[in-house]
Write a protein that binds this ligand. Structure first.
Ligand code: SF4
Length: 303
């Protein structure tokens, strides 16, 4: 399968962030091997349960120590499983992070999570160095297929080739204009700009309430970091990953305002990326109803 590499770079810098902040699902087929691993046996003897089971879902997750560090993490944030038994001995969730993979008519698009410290800093190696790991992930998993049928875009359907032309021009425009300015003409040909802005302000306020955060209202700006982030969100085909493209464009616009609101509140770029990527655009999976509501609102203005 042909791999489509992004402009964004990545190489793990062993910051340890993904080895403690999030729940790590352990696939059932790995559990017997994990139980036999010397490090797991050592933890068991020491009385540290390293796996927990969610009774409702039946899924198993890695446990953490009192500082919320994975129990297999060793000095200098080195994964003990990886160091002693290789990459394949880690749970799939650990091997997959920070990659997002999606199959398109041109090949498998490689995307990256901006929660990863290396990705946030654009630190990376030649993509050829990741090829073997990516091939293994692709051959052993199943991924969303997009672009083989037209997508819903409001009242229209959007063929893949038209979308690609749009994406290319949007990504080029991001060095000069905010996402809001770029998307405006696609979303609301009849809605005056000030009303569109008010609509986005209201949506962003509701998003802050949902996320239980307080952020100042902030106008999106053009900046190399925001350009790099939103260009990558487009490149990893976020708009195609479920439902109406119109609603997902609206979610991206709210994400842009959340990013600038977080920066306006004094958060660093890294913290702002963590917020938007972790809680809105990258790792949140329950925004479908909100996405549908935003698409409906925009459609009212287009009729
Ligand atoms: S967040 Fe990124 S850089 Fe840090 S340990 Fe995880 S994969 Fe490596």
């Amino acid at each position: 399968m042909k791999l489509l590499y992004p402009a964004q770079r990545y190489q793990c810098i062993q910051c340890g962030k993904s080895c403690g902040e999030w729940r790590i699902w352990v696939e059932p087929e790995l559990i017997p091997r994990l139980r036999q691993h010397p490090l797991a046996l050592r933890l068991e003897v020491a009385g540290h349960p390293y796996l927990s089971r969610d009774e409702e879902s039946g899924w198993s997750f890695l446990e953490y120590d009192s500082q919320r560090r994975c129990l297999f993490l060793q000095d200098e944030h080195l994964c003990g499983l990886h160091a002693s038994s290789g990459w394949l001995s880690k749970p799939r969730a650990c091997r997959q992070f920070p990659f997002f993979l999606v199959e398109t008519p041109e090949g498998v698009q490689v995307g990256l999570s901006f929660r990863c410290s290396a990705v946030q800093q654009d630190l990376g190696v030649d993509w050829a160095e990741h090829q073997a790991d990516l091939n293994q992930l692709i051959e052993s998993g199943c991924y969303l297929r997009i672009g083989f049928e037209p997508a819903q875009f409001g009242l229209d359907s959007l063929p893949w080739s038209d979308y690609q032309d749009w994406e290319r021009s949007w990504r080029l425009s991001l060095s000069e204009r905010s996402l809001e300015q770029i998307f405006y003409r696609h979303l609301n040909p009849i809605l005056p700009a000030p009303e569109f802005t008010r609509l986005l302000q209201g949506w962003t306020l509701s998003a802050c309430q949902l996320l239980q955060i307080q952020l100042p209202a902030a106008q999106p700006q053009v900046h190399p970091h925001s350009r790099r982030y939103f260009e990558h969100v487009l490149e990893r085909k976020y708009l195609w990953l479920g439902g109406d493209l119109l609603g997902r464009m609206a979610l991206m616009l709210v994400g842009e305002r959340l990013l600038w609101g977080a920066l306006g509140a004094g958060r660093s770029w890294s913290e702002a990326f963590d917020l938007v990527e972790g809680q809105w655009l990258g790792h949140r999976e329950d925004l479908g109803p909100i996405q549908a509501g935003l698409a409906q609102t925009l459609l009212q203005f287009q009729r």
